[in-house]
Ligand binder design. Structure first.
Ligand code: XBP
Ligand code: MG
Length: 280
C-alpha cells in the first residue's frame, strides 16, 4: 500500500493518485445486505435439495438461524451433519456428496430468485444509483456462490445491475470464508485500493468481523431478519435499513444526522470521521 512519505515526495504520482482518505468505493455483502435472502431463499433451497436427494432433513426457520453461524452452504451442511446427523453415512466420499447436494441447492436458489419474490432491500438500488452517478466504484464481497449473485442481481428492476460492480468476489475463490478477512482482502487487491478508500456494507456479525479484520473500519451494518440480536461492535453505523425518503431508516449505533435515509452525503461524512484526511 502507498505510504504517507510516498505521497509527500512523488509529486507526479500525487497528481495521479487521490489522497489516502478520499472515498472511492463501496463494497457490499450480498445475503442479508443487498436482499434478505436467507430465510425464504437459501433455507428453502437447501430443503428442496434435501428432498430431491430423498433425505428427510428439514431446516426450520429457528434451526437455520443457528446454522447461519457457519458461513458457506457446503460448510453449513457439513456442520449440520456433524451436530444433528452424526450417524449419517453415504456411499460416496462425504465431500463429493456435499458438493452434489450443494450444486442442487444452488439450482433451487437460482430458480427461487428468478421468480422475483425476494426484492432488493429498501434503499439499496437508490444508493447504488447515487454512488454510480457520483463516480464511486462498486464491489461485492460475499460468501455465497457467484451464480446466486447473478440470479439476485438479474432479478432486480434495474437492467444490467451486475455490470455496475467492477469486482465481484464470491464463494470459494478464497481459502477462508467470513469471518476471515480473505474475501475483503481479495476485493481490495482487485480494486487496487487501501481499506481507507472504501466503505463496506454488512448485515451479520461474521461479516462485520471479516470486514474489520481487513481494515474496513468505515463499516455500515443494515441489520437483517436473522441478525437483529448480533454483536456489531466496531461498526461505524448500524441501521435497520438504508431506507428511502418515504421509508426512513432508524439508527441503532451512530447517527443519521437528520437524514431520513443513508445517502452519499451521510456516507462521505461517516467516511471522513473514520478516516480523516491524511490518514492511511
Ligand atoms: C452468506 C452465507 C452463504 C449463504 C449460502 O454469508 O453464509 O453461505 O447462506 O450460500 P454472507 P452458498 O452474507 O456473510 O456472505 O450456499 O452459495 O454457499
Ligand atoms: Mg450477509
Amino acid at each position: 500500500m502507498y505510504s504517507a512519505t510516498f505521497y509527500c515526495f512523488e509529486p507526479q504520482l500525487r497528481e495521479v493518485l487521490p489522497p489516502m482518505s478520499e472515498l472511492e468505493a463501496l463494497i457490499f455483502d450480498v445475503d442479508g445486505t443487498l436482499a434478505d435472502t436467507e430465510r425464504d431463499g437459501h433455507r428453502v433451497a437447501f430443503n428442496a435439495a434435501f428432498a430431491d436427494a430423498g433425505l428427510d432433513w428439514h431446516w426450520s426457520v429457528p434451526l437455520y438461524g443457528q446454522l447461519l453461524s457457519v458461513t458457506g452452504g457446503k460448510e453449513r451442511i457439513a456442520e449440520y451433519l456433524r451436530v444433528h446427523q452424526p450417524d449419517f453415512r453415504c456411499t460416496e466420499p462425504l465431500d463429493e456428496f456435499i458438493k452434489g447436494l450443494h450444486r442442487r441447492k444452488t439450482e433451487h436458489f437460482v430458480r427461487i430468485m428468478g421468480a422475483g419474490d425476494i426484492p432488493l432491500r429498501s434503499g439499496v438500488l437508490r444508493l447504488l444509483c447515487e454512488a454510480r452517478d457520483a463516480g464511486l466504484r462498486l464491489a461485492i464481497a460475499t460468501t455465497t456462490t457467484l451464480e446466486n449473485v447473478e440470479a439476485l442481481l438479474s432479478a432486480a428492476p434495474q437492467p444490467g445491475l451486475m455490470d455496475w460492480f467492477e469486482v465481484i468476489a464470491a464463494g470459494d475463490v478464497v481459502p477462508n470464508k467470513k469471518p476471515a478477512p480473505d474475501i475483503y482482502e481479495l476485493v481490495l487487491r482487485q480494486l487496487g485500493l487501501s481499506p481507507s478508500a472504501c466503505i463496506a456494507f454488512e448485515d451479520s456479525d461474521n461479516g462485520v468481523r471479516s470486514a474489520l479484520a481487513a481494515g474496513l473500519n468505515a463499516l455500515v451494518v443494515t441489520v437483517s431478519s436473522y441478525t437483529t440480536a448480533q454483536d456489531f461492535s466496531g461498526a461505524a453505523l448500524v441501521v435497520d435499513q438504508l431506507g428511502e425518503p418515504d421509508q426512513p431508516a432508524k439508527a441503532m449505533v451512530g447517527k443519521l444526522a437528520g437524514r431520513g435515509c443513508v445517502d452519499l452525503d451521510l456516507l462521505r461524512a461517516l467516511h471522513q470521521s473514520v478516516f480523516p484526511s491524511g490518514s492511511k
